[in-house]
Design a protein. Structure first.
Length: 400
């Protein structure tokens, strides 16, 4: 508004701006006002000073993101000095590192995007350039906004968050809309996202362990059947014998784990995380089946005895996987784990020979003393073998 007259009030404006105040000017001119033409010879009548109110919960929200490794940047169309002061009061780290983007080209904006925390006098296109530059620096960018000036940047961001009280167009282009228009709701949004991702990782591990060891065992027994046709051993499980695993070691615990609160930070990639927690258990099961196959002729096991040892040992290893997935334990997870472990034990000991619709259900054969001792030794060593697979594969992988 003032153009060449600004120097007359510059010191006062900057003094108020440094205090975190917005400064408006009321000026008078005798010149005719024309569209898109700034009149000259403006006479300042008054400076109107406005101070923004910082919500009480703002500092706590900023602290939450800082403590969780999120770098907060403030992008505004207002005076950079004013925005810097307000950001500092709200607890934004490095808020004193501010710059005005007025008159800067896109290339100049890209060069300084990573060097500053507060950006003032930012145009809509410059907001988009800032987001693009941050993404090119391998940062995951989430942006909040409520005005049409934010649309370009919101569409460019990895996660765009709109305020319900803001522009309708902004709500349409955003991934999330805060219905209470309160940025303090963001920690709850993050917590819900973490709960979903982390709990899906946990439950996926339980289901994939069974899928992987089933496939690997099928391949192993097919190969062994070709190599050692005289043994005549067949796949050790029938569908009904997997009931203990499917219901007590997977189904019921997975339901509980999926609904548990979980605010742990999401680390790594989803698929690699699941495989890291899945493969040690699955490979342990395959390893012990191969070991039992070698011991079969030594102990003269019949098919029923072999299947009994196989299903008990496999169920136990699945419970070991559940133990690792459930950590850290709380009261509910502890109760569920004890319940399913006891249920599996009771099912094997007391209902192993139960019939359903006139047919044996679990088909658990009675083991003699020698086979029982061997089974207990295998169970005792199973958890250590699973940890060994974990160290062997994934520590070596991390070094590579």
């Amino acid at each position: 508004v003032l153009t060449d007259q600004y120097d007359k009030v510059k010191s006062k404006v900057e003094r108020f701006a440094s205090q975190g105040c917005r400064v408006l000017v009321l000026a008078h001119t005798n010149s005719q006002i024309k569209e898109n033409v700034t009149p000259k010879n403006m006479k300042v009548l008054a400076l109107i000073v406005i101070q923004d109110h910082i919500r009480e919960e703002a500092s706590a929200t900023i602290d939450y993101f800082r403590n969780n490794g999120v770098e907060v940047k403030v992008i505004s169309g207002d005076n950079a000095m004013t925005v810097s002061e307000i950001a500092g009061r709200a607890g934004v780290e490095n808020a004193n590192r501010f710059i005005s983007l007025e008159g800067l080209s896109d290339e100049e904006v890209k060069e300084i995007a990573l060097d500053y925390t507060v950006f003032g006098r930012v145009t809509p296109s410059q907001k988009r350039v800032l987001v693009q530059t941050l993404k090119e620096a391998n940062k995951t960018v989430a942006m909040t906004g409520d005005g049409v000036n934010d649309i370009l940047a919101l569409k460019e961001a990895d996660c765009s968050i709109a305020m319900a009280s803001g522009s309708e167009a902004v709500r349409y282009v955003s991934h999330l809309v805060l219905l209470d228009s309160n940025f303090a709701s963001m920690p709850k949004v993050v917590a819900e996202g973490r709960r979903v991702i982390n709990n899906i990782e946990r439950t996926s591990t339980l289901f994939l362990v069974k899928t992987i060891f089933t496939v690997l065992l099928t391949i192993m027994y097919l190969v062994l059947g070709k190599v050692f046709p005289e043994v005549g051993i067949i796949y050790p499980f029938e569908a009904s014998q997997l009931f203990l695993i499917e219901f007590f070691a997977i189904g019921l615990p997975a339901t509980v784990l999926a609904l548990q609160p979980n605010t742990e930070r999401v680390k790594g990639k989803f698929l690699s995380n699941v495989l890291k927690s899945t493969l040690p258990g699955a490979l342990t099961i395959v390893f012990f089946h191969a070991l039992m196959y070698g011991l079969m002729s030594i102990f003269n096991w019949e098919q029923e005895v072999y299947s009994t040892i196989a299903i008990i040992l496999t169920t136990t290893i699945c419970l070991f996987v559940l133990y690792r997935v459930s950590k850290p334990f709380n009261l509910l997870k502890t109760f569920v784990y004890i319940f399913v472990t006891v249920a599996c034990f009771v099912g094997v000991v007391f209902f192993g020979d139960v019939t359903l619709f006139g047919k044996p259900f679990l088909k658990i054969a009675e083991l003699n003393r020698e086979n029982t001792i061997l089974l207990l030794l295998l169970i005792q060593s199973a958890y250590s073998v699973m940890l060994l697979f974990d160290q062997l594969f994934f520590k070596r992988k991390s070094k590579n």
